[in-house]
Design a protein around this ligand. Structure first.
Ligand code: ADP
Ligand code: MG
Length: 344
């Protein structure tokens, strides 16, 4: 999630649609209105035919509600998992769904050209072939012109960094499947590193830890709520506890246990280390003058994964560089929680 990617630097995008197609969440923004769609990047399909359910509309929130209740004939998938396109057709269908949704939002408020220009933020790792897939999908969904922008750049713009100035700014965007680190100067990436580690990997580490140390199996949603509630990169002033339920691996019966924030922190440590290593490596590969700017200006964290407790302070301690979360990221997550609370 990279907040609203339209800022003054994109004035020429007067009435068009911006899409941040993340591995976990997709955001659609409209110029002057900000984010109008914030939904999970998931799709529900019929396994046998790979058709998208609800006549092509079972995407995002509509697919999410099917996730836990789907019979075996239905698959709820994340086509962008790991920051690359795992499934071309379905990614294409998902993108056109979100473009249609953006167009619907726009037409509600004012006259809107039927053929908008579409700006899509894509992971830095996408290949030229994959880029073509995004462009084709957007054109088929009625785009007049399509612009692709790398995700760290979109995250930097969304975070309000002065990307166009001749000054080095570091952005660290921690998404579901990937973490993208970039130093941006003069509207370009001066150095960049992308690792296939993010929020999903944190969930996975928690599942493995509970399995090994408590002999209990838990699912992804439980692991994610553990991460959000008691997960951390650095010690809390007062350590936390949480009661969770899962399945006892030897009896296959439901079980409840209490876990602590200390043990979750230990389980998450390797991932936090990977992120810190990627930041250090990117700095090493940055020209000294720009690296000096980063030292002075600090590091900006974005993406849902940056909300892990204490991540900002551990990065500051390990790199010696001040670090803060992009305001938009925190606001958007709050808004999302609020929206979720109203829907259920
Ligand atoms: P993407 O850009 O890949 O779609 P996002 O930026 O939307 O990803 O981030 C999604 C990730 O952020 C998920 O792994 C989610 O669990 C994680 N996340 C969201 N809120 C929190 C939180 N409060 N603490 C830790 N991780 C969080
Ligand atoms: Mg993202």
């Amino acid at each position: 999630m990279s907040a609203n990617i339209f800022t003054d630097s994109f004035n020429y995008f007067s009435d068009d649609i911006g899409i941040d197609l993340g591995t976990a969440n997709t955001l659609v923004s409209l110029r002057g209105e900000g984010v109008v769609v914030f939904e999970p990047s998931i799709v529900a399909i019929k396994r046998s035919t790979r058709e998208i359910l609800l006549n092509g509309e079972a995407v995002g929130d509509k697919a999410k509600v099917m996730e836990d209740k789907a019979p075996s004939s239905i698959a709820v998938i994340r086509p962008m998992k790991d920051g690359v396109i795992a499934d071309f057709d379905i990614t294409q269908a998902m993108l056109s769904y979100f473009i249609r949704k953006g167009k619907r939002h726009a037409s509600r408020r004012r006259f809107f050209s039927f053929k908008p220009r579409v700006l899509i933020a894509v992971p830095t790792g996408v290949t030229p072939v994959e880029k073509r897939v995004f462009i084709d999908a957007a054109e088929r969904a009625g785009a007049r012109e399509v612009f692709l922008m790398s995700e760290p750049m979109a995250a930097a713009i969304g975070a309000g960094l002065p990307t166009g100035s001749p000054r080095g700014n570091m952005i660290v965007d921690i998404g579901g499947g990937t973490t993208e680190v970039a130093v941006i100067s003069l509207a370009d990436m001066a150095s960049q590193k992308s690792i296939r580690v993010g929020g999903d990997e944190m969930d996975h580490a928690i599942i493995q830890h509970i399995r090994t140390h408590h002999k209990i199996a838990i699912g992804n949603p439980t692991a994610e709520s553990i991460k959000k509630e008691i997960g951390s990169a650095e010690g809390f002033k007062e350590e936390k506890k949480m009661e969770i339920s899962g399945m006892n691996l030897s009896t296959s019966l439901p079980a409840r246990i209490t876990i602590t924030s200390e043990e979750i922190r230990m389980a998450l440590r390797p991932i936090v280390d990977d992120i810190i290593r990627a930041i250090k490596q990117t700095l090493e590969n940055t020209r000294p003058e720009l690296a000096g700017d980063v030292l002075k200006n600090g590091i900006v964290l974005a993406g849902g994964g940056c909300l892990l407790n204490g991540l900002d302070s551990i990065i500051t301690r390990e790199t010696g560089i001040p670090c803060e979360r992009a305001e938009g990221t925190v606001d958007l997550c709050r808004a999302r929680h609020f929206q979720g609370a109203r829907e259920h």
